[in-house]
Write a protein of this length. Sequence first.
Length: 228
Amino acid sequence: MPLFGAVHLLLLAAVIAAAVTLSILCRRRLISGRAVRLVLGYGIAINECIWWIFRYSHEGLHLANLPLQLCDLTVWVTVLACLTRNGVAVEFAYFTGLVGPGMALLTPDLWSSWPSYPAIYFFLVHGGIVVASAVLVFGKIAEVRRGAIKRVFALILVYAAALGLFNAIAGTNYMYLCRKPANPSALDWFGPWPVYLLGGAALALVLFWVLWLPMRRTNKALRGPKEA
């Protein structure tokens, strides 16, 4: 699938349209926010389980294909956020869900060509995370609290450190800590290893800060009814 070709742009437009439409409908209370978050949460979880069955029935289970990428973690944290509205889960899903899977959608690292099932799954899971994360926050279903950037970034650093140790022992490349993706990605902007790791971390912080900007107004709006 050509990068930013017709199919790629159509899929990106579908994800954006779903996120914006559901957020507006939930924000205006035209549909049930609880129903939307539960459908999204269970839908993402079911989609992920189907993928695991498909993948491991074809590849078998080995050290290099364990569900340990940051996006794999984000999948289940997003499911938790949708089902429980847990504060830390919502914050993690919001920042990592919009930045990580968002970048993956822009520069997809597909395992096989479109429209194979792995390629369809790729857009379903990353698109689902983006839609769910956006709807939870911009649909006024949950709140991102002060200090969220520090909490989320600290969790990512801890997870990256654990994966770095695992990579060193197992010879794997989770989170692309040892080498860049084969397909073009934002990491290509930051030079060779290990410089691109610092560049990627800095870019993530900048994007987190950008995502935080609308939260000040959102938080005030969410607190208003509680204080009345």
